[in-house]
Design a protein around this ligand. Structure first.
Ligand code: 3PG
Length: 385
């Protein structure tokens, strides 16, 4: 693909698609800013070259064709403006054209425009008409073929990959395509069903697969142990067994359980075969953690997606924290992805201790599954023609 860093942007109208879809609290405040901070270097680079910069993004999933304040990018414009130390005007109606003199503007939520989700050519052409250069930098939305991520790249005079997108593809490629070995993949989160393709794809690449969170409960059940009232998926026990037969998946030795799913519930540590009917597994136990930490210590490449326990509750955060600490202390090239893992390492104040933190959630998983990301594919096509 053509990279933004290879182009001369002086005096050019540059339209940058970023993923500024960040979580907001009830008062509309940004609660996690890593997508914003990861996007800033691209904007700064374009401005430094003397480009006229237009940034576009979606936020949430509003009803198309309507303006809805709840999904406005206003809080993001304010937050970004603070970080850049300047005012960033947010332009509400922009498809028909924008102020040609402005050097940096944020365009209101792309999903307020009819045709965005269906990737309609008419909208994509209007977007393309705004610019001389279209920069796709929204790795987190690269799995969506929408007007602002895909269609616009067909019609813009030049379509290229931004520095963030390029960095993401490089980091993930380093892990998935020819990793330094041993490679250890850690997959947590609540459900096997939502990660089955990820687990299967990783099983062909990694040397050891560590499972955590609700996912590991299904593996505990697959070994024939009682999981009480734990979150687990009975239907997927055969899939878990097949994975265990094919691959080295370290078995849990002990677990932390609770009588109820509550932030104040107390943790009981017990051997994995002693869980009773009225309790639920909420985290890895210390012996399991020690065994996993030893494996992680020897890794040369680590991929981590999904927390290892209910880290949001302090009494059940230890497993996830210890895994994070083991990765941070290892010499491995480590890539983390997915909103929950990022939230966890932010909670632990550890976000600077890994090789790469991805801004992708769904896009990260699709890349790991080996799927083609449509927004990247169109850039490749444009580069060929
Ligand atoms: C994400 O948060 O995964 C991306 O911003 C994509 O959002 P979407 O799932 O609403 O398309």
């Amino acid at each position: 693909v053509i990279k933004m860093s290879d182009l001369d942007l002086a005096g050019k109208r540059v339209l940058i698609r970023q993923d500024l879809n960040v979580p907001l609290d009830d008062a509309g405040h940004v609660t996690s800013d890593n997508r914003i901070t990861a996007s800033l270097p691209t904007i700064k680079m374009a401005l430094a070259q003397g480009a006229k910069v237009m940034v576009m993004s979606h936020l949430g999933r509003p009803t198309e064709g309507l303006y809805d304040e709840q999904y406005s990018l206003a809080p993001v414009a304010a937050y970004m403006g603070n970080l850049l130390g300047r005012n960033i005007p947010l332009v509400k109606d922009w498809v028909e054209g924008v102020d040609a003199d402005a050097d940096l503007i944020l365009l209101e939520n792309v999903r307020f425009n009819k045709g965005e989700g269906k990737n309609e050519d008419s909208l994509a052409k209007q977007m393309a008409a705004l610019c001389d250069v279209y920069v796709m930098d929204a790795f987190g939305t690269a799995h969506r073929a929408q007007a602002s991520t895909h269609g616009v790249a067909k019609f813009a005079p030049i379509a290229c990959a931004g520095p963030l997108l390029a960095a993401e593809l490089e980091a993930l490629g380093k892990v998935m395509d020819n990793p330094a070995r041993p490679m250890v993949a850690i997959v947590g989160g609540s459900k096997v069903s939502s990660k089955l393709t990820v687990l299967e794809s990783l099983s062909t690449v990694c040397d050891q697969l560590i499972v955590g969170g609700g996912i590991s409960n299904t593996f505990v059940a697959a070994r024939g142990f009682n999981v009480g009232t734990s979150l687990y998926e009975k239907d997927l026990i055969p899939n878990a067994q097949a994975l265990m037969a094919r691959l080295d998946i370290p078995a849990a030795i002990d677990v932390r359980t609770a009588a109820e799913f509550s932030p104040t519930a107390l943790a009981t540590i017990k051997p994995v075969d002693q869980v009773t009917d009225d309790e639920q597994i909420m985290d890895l136990g210390p012996e399991t953690v020690a065994k996993l930490a030893e494996i992680i210590k020897g890794a040369k490449t680590i991929l981590w997606n999904g927390p290892c326990g209910v880290f949001e509750f302090d009494n059940f955060a230890e497993g996830t924290r210890a895994i994070a600490e083991a990765i941070a202390q290892s010499d491995a090239y480590s890539v983390l992805g997915g909103g929950d893992v990022i939230a966890a390492v932010q909670k632990f104040g550890m976000e600077d201790r890994f090789s790469y933190i991805s801004t992708g959630g769904g896009a990260f998983l699709e890349f790991v599954e080996g799927k083609t990301l449509p927004a990247v594919a169109i850039l490749e096509e444009r580069a060929k023609s």
